[in-house]
Design a protein around this ligand. Structure first.
Ligand code: SAM
Length: 305
């Protein structure tokens, strides 16, 4: 079970033993990139183009996330599915699966599927999970599953916070509603506001991963609810005066639970349980992550647990 200190979003600060948690282990559409391979303008976040802000970050993502308790997360999600449905799971789909670390920790025997918007991240997931069904796609677009076919969908590590427009989250929920099996469960996490304000806003985090420097500058705008994270990657042996070898701008949006509940309801989904930090207990404002469990709306709104 993830404690706050070892929460998944835990970022390892090179300079100290304490890890921070939260937003920005990635991002969805990103903004500027000084390198040649992933520049997307901030204003283009509703446009058609989607370039991969993880093309550089993917190289170090697993090392960077080595303190994330993916096994405990998978265990929690698996138990929640069983408790909410009274069924034994036979498959799981991870939406924005990244490098496949979470999928790898679900119990053996399950059919594993995943999708992600980053080819670089997916490439790593494919190497990790050669038997999984993985595809390149976008959260806010059609999901490649038949109507009503999926009993268990998950999305973790603030991936949905990468949808910058509530309409995109709404489209995402509509697709989830379409593919979710009648008794299925969709378990997602969201980053909390306290996590953003306490651990990221106006903070510069410095890390070293495989000898390469990573400087991460974060800023949250309460008006737009957007969190901007500028990542600078430095080559091994770079001097202080050297410019970064690559930069990435990552944008994420904070969503309140009520906002998400409303968007889900609009798509015909209901939130049946909310917990915090992958622990089986009531959520709190101080959690790093909120865990929401959704299913197709029923008129009675019955709760299994
Ligand atoms: C912080 S990572 C989390 C990855 C994985 N879920 C984990 O727990 O390690 C966020 C992931 O969301 C993906 N992503 C962001 N925006 C996306 C979008 N609009 N459609 C699909 N994937 C997206 C990124 O490519 C990245 O792999």
């Amino acid at each position: 079970m993830a404690s706050k200190k070892r929460s998944p979003a835990a970022i390892s600060a090179e300079s100290g033993p304490q890890r921070k948690s939260g937003i920005g282990q990635g991002l969805a559409r990103s903004g500027a990139q000084a390198g040649t391979d992933s520049g997307v303008s901030d204003g283009g976040h509703l446009g058609d183009e989607f370039r991969d802000p993880y093309s550089i970050f993917a190289e170090v993502y697993d090392e960077f996330m080595e303190h994330v308790p993916y096994a405990a997360w998978a265990h929690y999600l698996d138990r929640r599915y069983r408790a909410l449905t009274r069924r034994t799971p036979r498959s799981v789909v991870d939406l924005a699966c990244g490098t496949g670390q979470l999928l790898a920790h679900f119990p053996p025997g399950l059919q594993r599927s995943g999708m992600d918007g980053s080819r670089a991240m997916l490439e790593r997931a494919r190497r990790r999970l050669p038997d999984a069904r993985l595809y390149h796609g976008r959260l806010e677009r059609s999901l490649k599953f038949a109507d009503g076919s999926q009993p268990h969908l998950v999305s973790t590590h603030d991936s949905l916070n990468y949808l910058l427009d509530p309409e995109d989250l709404s489209r995402h929920f509509a697709e989830v509603r379409r593919v979710l099996a009648p008794d299925g469960i969709y378990s997602l996490d969201l980053v909390s506001l306290e996590n953003i304000l306490k651990n990221f806003d106006n903070q510069t985090l410095r890390h070293k991963v495989r000898g390469r420097g990573l400087v991460w500058k974060n800023e949250y705008d309460p008006k737009t609810r957007l969190m901007r994270s500028d990542l600078e990657f430095y080559d091994k042996g770079a001097r202080k005066s050297d410019p970064p070898a690559h930069t990435e701008r990552h944008l994420q949006r904070y969503y309140s639970i009520e906002e998400v509940r409303g968007l889900a309801r609009r798509a015909g989904l209901e939130v049946v349980l909310i917990e915090g930090d992958y622990e089986p207990r009531e959520h709190r404002p101080s959690d790093n992550f909120w865990n929401l469990h959704l299913r197709i709306e029923t008129s009675g709104g019955r709760r299994a647990i």
